[in-house]
Design a protein. Structure first.
Length: 353
């Protein structure tokens, strides 16, 4: 396989599955964590290695290491491997997704932004999502008439904070996720609910359904559930472990235990909450976003810029959602007709800042 983002949490878990099932690693692509990458190279002995920059390339213990975006696209095209795991974070994952499509290879996708930005241009027929919520939905679908798709949210680090303190929450507070440890960007996205907004749009593109919603389930034990037209509801329940969707994405079918079964006698309670627009103002645009998914490039580009500003202490936490909502209002009539339109809008929004 070609593994993009090998040193992130999804990448590390992908290599755990590769180790367990003795899967060959053709290519490792990583950013700046050269120490972990060198350890991965020593163990998995890939044929190709690509990193973010020339500076990092000089620290990699591998002959002919390559660097930069074009090198990633080249290795996807030239490698004999027929599966690409895209675990890159942010809009940098879009071009590799499109290149994988172009080459007709199977795509195991953990890069949400690819579908958020350019879902209408992505061929989902050879795509398997690496995401607990969408894996759960896929697992439950059984050709029965569906009324509604539902995914769950943890609520992020600020789900129990006083609402009047959320605006000025510090980066340290925002990164204290109640359920697990993730990368900085996705943890911030969890706190704003942008991450769940993105997952709603992913579900739209993956399953072709517009009636999609989300609720908070505080234990992250129930990942998704489906309301069927007959009045019944079925839920996908498992411990939160990314190895499960990764295993199915890579193997197609899994016939051994990947995670332990849940002992329901040890669960004291399951708590559900509505996503409150006052706590998560970004959720106000969920229905508008479903109706016009072309807004994805506006939301994602603004979000990435705003997150960098928040990390650098140039804006407050509450300003992330505020800036996104302002740009959604500004570009509410946007229509994307080509990939080139996407890049033009990205540049325009970037220049606005």
């Amino acid at each position: 396989m070609i593994l993009l983002g090998s040193t992130g949490s999804i990448g590390v878990n992908t290599l755990n599955i590769a180790r367990e099932f003795n899967l060959e690693i053709d290519t490792l692509v990583a950013g700046n964590n050269y120490k972990l990458l060198n350890a991965q190279i020593a163990e998995f002995k890939p044929k190709n290695v690509v990193v973010a920059s020339k500076e990092i390339a000089q620290k990699i213990e591998f002959k002919n290491v390559k660097y930069g975006e074009n090198a990633i696209l080249d290795v996807i095209e030239t490698s004999k491997s027929e599966i690409v795991v895209n675990a890159l974070v942010g809009e940098v994952g879009l071009k590799p997704t499109l290149k994988t499509n172009e080459c007709g290879k199977k795509l195991a996708l953990a890069n949400k932004e690819s579908l958020v930005i350019a879902g209408k241009f992505v061929d989902t027929s050879k795509l398997t999502p690496i995401d607990s919520e969408h894996f759960g939905l896929w697992y439950l679908l059984n050709n029965r008439p569906i009324k509604k798709l539902n995914i769950t949210a943890s609520g992020g680090a600020l789900r129990d904070y006083p609402i009047d303190k959320i605006q000025t929450a510090s980066l340290l507070e925002v990164l204290k996720h109640p359920n697990w440890s993730m990368g900085m960007k996705i943890t911030i996205d969890s706190a704003t609910m942008v991450n769940k907004l993105f997952e709603v749009i992913e579900a739209k593109w993956l399953f072709g359904i517009d009636n999609i919603d989300a609720i908070i389930e505080t234990s992250s034990t129930i990942h998704s559930f489906i309301d069927f037209v007959d009045g019944s509801t079925t839920a996908h329940i498992a411990y939160p472990d990314m190895r499960l969707p990764i295993a199915f994405a890579l193997l197609g079918e899994v016939k051994k235990e990947i995670v332990s079964h849940i002992d329901f006698t040890k669960i004291s309670k399951l708590e559900f909450k509505q996503i409150d627009n006052n706590r998560y103002p970004i959720w106000k645009i969920k229905d508008e976003f479903i109706k016009n998914p072309d807004l994805g490039v506006v939301i994602n580009t603004t979000n990435e810029i705003a997150i960098k500003k928040f990390i650098n202490k140039n804006i407050s936490f509450g300003d992330i959602s505020k800036l996104i909502l302002e740009n959604v209002e500004k570009y509410h009539n946007i229509k994307i007709n080509s990939i080139e339109d996407i890049f033009e809008i990205q540049q325009k929004i970037q220049s606005d800042f």
